[in-house]
Design a protein around this ligand. Structure first.
Ligand code: ATP
Length: 603
């Protein structure tokens, strides 16, 4: 893992490199911004001879002016000899330069906007890809609300300095051009003007430090607000059942209020920059006035048109300087979201489950667990577990609640990574197979069927391509879904609501069975598939399941032991350890834990 830089600028550059944005992409808008600034400086410089000639009522002196004189010498002698034409050339050039400057600035803004929006899109895309690559354990230990806000809001905020970088570069170069014009007009006055600029710098820096500190806590509150929104909106029945609307409203209001206050403080701090800049500008002008009086004397000031231009340049330079200093405010404001985004790119705590390089083409003998131990955050839930699951047979895993049954299934599903050399398929470590090829042979019907806010059809066909209509109809029949779908006014095109709220528990499970059947997987995992169903629906689903597992390797977890009567092998887990193993008869004869559990459920 590459070490991340500590400065906000360094972090931003690091982030751009992580998402493969090459500096070359930003060169076009920046070049336009630099050119616009150069033209702005040149235009500003042209004001001095124009104003000078205007007051002197003669422009003949321009041919003797350094740099400008050399350019003017290129004009035909007839123009040089005519004062009015010289004025027209100067004024025309000034207008052209300003139009050109505005055009270049526009091009810079457009190209920058394109570049920044593409970069934000790229960042979002990369962030999403990162989230898809994290192991289930990462999501078990973090909050979806936070991830949502990272993807939608922080991705944009993190790149905020980039979005304004053309303005910054333009201001920086314009400021340099102004400095040159100022030095050309009077280097003494320019030296006098520098201390107030330094004061502006220090004041802005104070604001920036506060903004940076505030940015982290504002980011944290923003994330908390989104967490709360998602959490409550997705658990509405819980809120209704326990009548916690008022309590939740209070929580939400509290977080929203804190966020609003922090945002307000941030905005106030940001808006301080402008008045500071304006106050300092007055200070600069007053200092220059004083300096001019001291250096040139009262009589000379009045007759020095260059000083008028000088003041004009100084006023502009102060605003550009404010922009340059203010940019640090933008950088500081970004610190929190940027850190949140960079955390996603950090590999620590992401619990990746990486596949191997061997393609899995199918099972020949079976699955074996050898000394399998697994822990969640130091808490060991599976301890030295060893057993085998034969191909084509039904193996049931039973045991008291919390024994580790689902954890074992999650390891077989590769949601969590198992220790090396602990789970084998046909004698080969499960970790050596590519994830895609292995999971193509495994299907799960779990306690909780995960459904998308989409049509029934798309939910059943999720992740599958090229499924023929005949195959779909056959699977719907086998999953006992045909009749139900026929009764729906929109049939299989019916939208099933957020997380399938419009389906009953039994219907959801039949959708899961249909998915598993369509996948044609040879290893079928059933995790409490018939839990919490009425006996009629259970019978219906059990029939579908019995049909589905025929000829496949089935791993079944069941609390209701009657459903695993026909299992070829039953493995009894207790506290993460395998305590018994055998057929139903063998286990009942043994009269130990399984027998006790069986007796408890008899009636
Ligand atoms: P049940 O029959 O009640 O579903 P189970 O046998 O399937 O239970 P598991 O869900 O595997 O048990 O849980 C085993 C232990 O691991 C439990 O004590 C549980 O609290 C803990 N556990 C499960 N999932 C996590 C997790 N993501 N993080 C931390 N601990 C977990």
């Amino acid at each position: 893992m590459q070490l991340q830089p500590s400065s906000t600028f360094g972090k931003l550059v690091y982030l751009l490199r992580r998402i493969h944005i090459r500096p070359i992409h930003i060169i076009i808008p920046i070049s336009f911004a630099v050119l616009a600034a150069t033209f702005e400086g040149v235009g500003m410089g042209l004001l001095v001879p124009i104003l000078n000639g205007f007051l002197k009522q003669s422009f003949s002196f321009v041919t003797d002016t350094p740099v400008l004189g050399d350019i003017m010498q290129m004009l035909p002698p007839a123009v040089l000899a005519n004062d009015r034409l010289l004025f027209a050339v100067l004024l025309g050039s000034f207008i052209c330069i300003y139009i050109l400057k505005s055009l270049l600035r526009l091009l810079s803004v457009i190209s920058m906007s394109y570049f920044s929006e593409r970069t934000i899109h790229h960042l979002r895309k990369e962030l999403f890809a990162r989230y898809l690559s994290f192991g289930k354990l990462f999501f078990d230990t973090s909050n979806i609300g936070h991830h949502g806000v990272v993807l939608l809001e922080f991705s944009r905020k993190a790149l905020q300095p980039l979005i304004g970088i053309d303005k910054f570069i333009n201001s920086l170069f314009a400021l340099s051009a102004y400095l040159v014009v100022m030095l050309l007009i009077s280097w003494q006055l320019t030296i006098i003007a520098i201390p107030p600029f330094l004061l502006l710098h220090i004041l802005v820096k104070t604001v920036v430090v506060r903004l940076r500190n505030l940015s982290h806590i504002t980011t944290e509150r923003g994330s908390a607000l989104n967490k709360k929104s998602i959490e409550i909106l997705s658990t509405m029945p819980l809120v209704k059942a326990y009548c916690t609307q008022r309590l939740e409203q209070q929580h939400y209001t509290q977080i929203s209020d804190q966020k609003a206050r922090l945002d307000f403080r941030g905005n106030i701090l940001l808006s301080f920059i402008q008045p500071i800049q304006e106050t300092v500008m007055i200070l600069v002008v007053a200092t220059i006035f004083g300096g001019a009086l001291f250096i040139f004397g009262r009589s000379q000031i009045a007759s020095a048109p260059a000083l008028i231009v000088y003041f004009y340049v100084v006023v502009n330079a102060t605003s550009k300087f404010g922009m340059v200093s203010g940019f640090r405010g933008v950088m500081a404001h970004t610190a929190g979201p940027l850190d949140a985004v960079l955390t996603v790119f950090d590999d620590t705590g992401k619990f990746f489950v990486r596949g191997g390089s061997t393609p899995f083409s199918g099972m020949t003998t079976g699955i074996a667990c050898r000394d399998l131990s697994f822990s969640y955050n130091e808490r060991m839930v599976l301890k030295n577990l060893s057993f085998t699951i034969d191909k084509g047979k039904m193996t049931a895993i039973v045991g008291p609640s919390g024994a580790g049954k689902s954890t074992l299934i999650h390891l077989l599903m590769r949601y969590y990574d198992c220790p090396p050399q602990s789970i084998f398929i046909d004698g080969q470590d499960i970790r050596s197979f590519t994830l895609e090829s292995y999971l193509a042979h495994v299907a799960i019907v779990s306690q909780e069927t995960l459904l998308l806010h989409d049509s029934l059809r798309n939910n059943i066909l999720y992740g599958l391509e090229d499924v023929t209509d005949e195959a779909l109809q056959e699977v719907l029949r086998r999953a006992r879904l045909s009749e139900f779908i026929e009764r729906l006014p929109q049939g299989i095109a019916t939208l099933i609501g957020d997380r399938g709220v419009k389906l009953s528990g039994g219907e959801k499970q039949r959708v899961a069975i249909a998915r598993a059947l369509l996948r044609g997987a040879e290893i079928l995992i059933l995790d409490e598939a018939t839990s919490s169903l009425d006996s009629g629906t259970e019978k219906l689903i059990q029939e579908a399941i019995d049909e589905a597992i025929t000829g496949r390797t089935a791993i079944v977890i069941a609390h209701r032991l009657s459903t695993i009567k026909h299992a070829d092998k039953i493995i009894v887990l207790k506290d993460g350890q395998s305590v018994e193993e055998g057929t139903l008869e063998e286990l009942l004869d043994r009269k130990e834990l399984f027998h006790r559990l069986w007796e408890e459920q008899k009636f």
